[in-house]
Design a protein around this ligand. Structure first.
Ligand code: FAD
Length: 461
């Protein structure tokens, strides 16, 4: 597949990756009149925001719902999906100390549901920490430093340490405090500080906490409908797509344009472009640039890593299993369970329901290659112990492996990330975008916001 530049349109732009970031950018750039080609490794677009469609069973990459404080983005998504996008209240819980606490945590949850003993221990440990000198920071703040300094040792030991270490697979003192999502950090601090009547902090940071309280929306047959609609819109605007095509190299030609190599069904192809935007994991992207990346940038990239996610979707006829959209767990073989019928009963045939188990792990872990039956065996004791599901209630299993689900904020990640970003920023007409591309936690609405902003910037150049 050789390709010549089309002179009747604006410049040719290649977007690598067709998740929500790549698709949103493609739509906007095509509206501006650019000649856009999107190359996607998977057979299906949507990336982390896709819905797996297995026959008549639909489930997402863990629970997904749409929420945003940006009215332009909200109107845009409502316009895309129309009546298919339903508003629904967020129902989530956290399993802690053998109780199911409402999540995000509220003052009532902490005071009334955590139990008197736990409250006393939390309060005592919190006060003791406040009377002590803070743990001095050696280098960057870790989850351990942050949790002990903010809440005291009890909550660190019984809550933050087991949850964080189960989720990330490494010790709390090896993870930057940024690993705890900012809205969770703020919400927890707010709730605890309210208990101790120190509301000054809350007043200064309302927006981060407010995100967890925003109205949420869900499409009829899965979150992936958002990307499916974006794909259709992009195709209608003339964007070309190469699916099942893995980009292996991005080189600079002598005239400063780019040559993008990709593999499709073991055949090698290349396309040329004036501008390249990558939304694929930053680590993989730097690898594709190896023909002109300095060694120190490659070394910095080696310090960045993604945590992957294993999904086990269990089809069952049992209904109303969780009493909420999803529940987080400590000390279980999974870190979260979600129930698809709580999102939409159209995600499986009548009478059926899907329970989705999330198991964070590395793609080199022995767990990664387990079959559905083996994974069920791994998790069944916990499911039965908590009264969710018996073996006899399991009707069908699907396993999905999601590499690069979470950028890992290890203790010293910021230094390495800065080096990589500095290099990319120096390259004319080369951009990275999105959660995987920029190595930055963000939800789908933020991906769209950043994609639209980048399209504006490129258009104004
Ligand atoms: C478990 C979980 C729950 C979440 N819940 C929510 C939620 O409730 N609400 C919300 O708004 N957001 C949620 N998010 C975040 C949301 O999914 C992401 O912000 C968004 O999907 C990221 O989109 P992206 O396009 O930036 O990246 P990605 O989705 O990672 O897209 C990158 C694309 O690049 C492709 N690719 C990779 N390598 C190559 C290559 N070499 N060549 C070509 N293509 C390649 C991939 O296949 C992928 O399609 C959640 C994320 C996770 C993991």
């Amino acid at each position: 597949m050789n390709d010549t530049l089309n002179n009747t349109m604006k410049e040719k732009i290649i977007i690598i990756g067709a998740g929500v970031s790549g698709l949103s950018l493609a739509v906007k750039l095509a509206e501006y009149g650019f000649d856009v080609h999107c190359i996607e490794a998977s057979e299906q677009t949507g990336g982390l925001a896709k819905t797996f469609r297995r026959g008549r069973y639909y489930f997402d990459v863990g629970p997904h719902s749409f929420f945003t404080e940006d009215q332009t983005i909200l109107s845009y998504v409502k316009g895309l999906l129309g009546k298919r996008l339903k508003a629904q209240p967020r129902k989530a819980k956290f399993h802690y100390n053998n109780r199911f606490l409402d999540y995000p945590f509220t003052i009532q949850t902490i005071l009334f549901n955590m139990g008197l003993m736990a409250n006393l221990k939390v309060g005592f440990s919190f006060l003791r920490q406040k009377l002590r000198p803070k743990i001095p920071l050696i280098g960057n703040e870790t989850v351990k430093d942050w949790a002990i300094n903010t809440f005291g040792y009890y909550l660190y030991r019984t809550f933050f340490k087991p949850y964080t270490e189960q989720f990330w697979g490494i010790a709390c003192d090896q993870l930057a405090s940024r690993s705890i999502p900012s809205h969770t950090r703020m919400n927890f601090i707010h709730t605890c500080l309210l208990m101790f009547k120190k509301t000054r902090f809350w007043r200064s940071k309302p927006s981060l906490m407010a995100r967890e309280k925003l109205p949420t929306y869900y499409p009829d047959t899965g979150f992936g409908e958002i990307c499916e609609h974006l794909l259709r819109q992009a195709q209608d605007l003339g964007v070309k797509f190469s699916l099942h095509s893995t980009v292996t190299g991005v080189k600079r030609a002598k005239d400063n344009t780019f040559l993008v190599d990709f593999l499709q069904a073991d055949n090698k192809y290349h396309l040329s472009a004036n501008i390249v935007v990558s939304t694929i994991p930053l680590t993989s992207f730097v690898h594709t640039l190896s023909s002109f990346v300095p060694l120190k940038v490659i070394e910095a990239t080696q310090q960045l890593e993604f945590r992957s996610l294993l999904l086990l979707a269990i089809v069952t006829e049992k209904q109303a299993i969780l009493g909420s959209h999803y529940i987080y767990f400590l000390n279980r073989s999974y870190n979260r369970l979600s129930e698809m019928n709580e999102f939409s009963t159209l995600t499986s045939p009548d009478k059926d329901n899907i329970l989705v188990l999330e198991i964070p792990c590395y793609s080199q872990s022995p767990l990664w290659n387990l079959t559905g039956e083996e994974l069920l065996e791994h998790c069944l004791n916990d499911l039965t112990h908590d009264g969710f599901l018996e073996r006899s209630e399991v009707k069908k299993l699907f396993v999905e492996r999601v590499p690069n689900a979470y950028p890992m904020y290890k203790k010293d990640y910021a230094e390495s990330l800065n080096k990589v970003q500095e290099f990319i920023n120096q390259q004319p007409n080369l951009y990275t975008l999105g959660r995987s591309g920029e190595y930055m936690y963000m939800d789908a609405d933020r991906c769209m916001q950043r994609a639209f902003k980048l399209a504006d910037e490129i258009n104004k150049k």
